[in-house]
Design a protein around this ligand. Sequence first.
Ligand SMILES: C[S@@+](CC[C@H](N)C(=O)[O-])C[C@H]1O[C@@H](n2cnc3c(N)ncnc32)[C@H](O)[C@@H]1O
Length: 270
Amino acid sequence: MTREQHGVSAVGAGFDRSAATYQDAVAHNRIGARRLVEGMPTGDYRAIVDVGCGTGFASFEMIHSRGTRRVIGVDASPAMMEVFRAAAEDMPEVSVDLRVGDASALPVDDASVDAAVSTMAFHWFPDKAAALSEMARCVRPGGVVAVLTAGRGTDGELLDVMRAMDPPVPAAWTGVFEHIHRDVREMHGLLRGAGLEPLDVWSETRWRTAPVDAYMARLQTVASHLSSDLPPEEAAAHGQRLGDALAAASGPDGFAYSFVKLFAVARRPG
Ligand SMILES: C[S@@+](CC[C@H](N)C(=O)[O-])C[C@H]1O[C@@H](n2cnc3c(N)ncnc32)[C@H](O)[C@@H]1O
């Protein structure tokens, strides 16, 4: 099935473009997936759904450390899932079933898996309440929903730089922040709203410094869809100006920025 048949947004097309370089550009995501999985309670996790699975970081953690043997991966980007499919070929003992789909209408049967996991994708889901309700629907009673997402404050220094730019950058580049990030309290409320019992909700704030080129490369990898309405040369010109502004705001080690990881582990009542 194609992404168009599912009506999944431009986000998937953006990640199609990033798929080949994704693994290296966001190596931190692999560590985040490990920390989320470590935070899940002991239990039977033979069958899972990985929502916004991308190249499979969360699934591989579940396979290696929680005995998962059946994975349904759902993602808006076929190209990201191709990377996942190729990596899974070395594991004939694991059934990996990858499906193009939207987080707010998961192509997964009711109560058919032991856990729903989702790493570094939830912030891109436009309807977060629907996505959590869908994850809750797919897990069996007593099953676990575990989400890692970007929390409020992530890249706040970038937002400050962009807000000070004149002429301004495209409104989508600054406006997106409010839509994507949540904090621990908001996540708690979302879990409860989906009928889930929160077990642990926590955040970690990291302060990182990166050369501007590397920082811009990460933005391009994870957020190119925010420029999909612009002619490519116009997007490139805005990107060049942003790079210059970030360089001007940088110290000797590069651009310093915050990265907030928000973790949530919850249970579907038995
Ligand atoms: C930053 S990647 C994260 C991939 C992987 N889970 C990881 O931890 O590295 C975000 C993924 O979410 C997918 N995605 C974004 N919005 C989606 C939606 N509404 N439904 C399904 N997948 C979506 C993208 O296509 C992309 O593969």
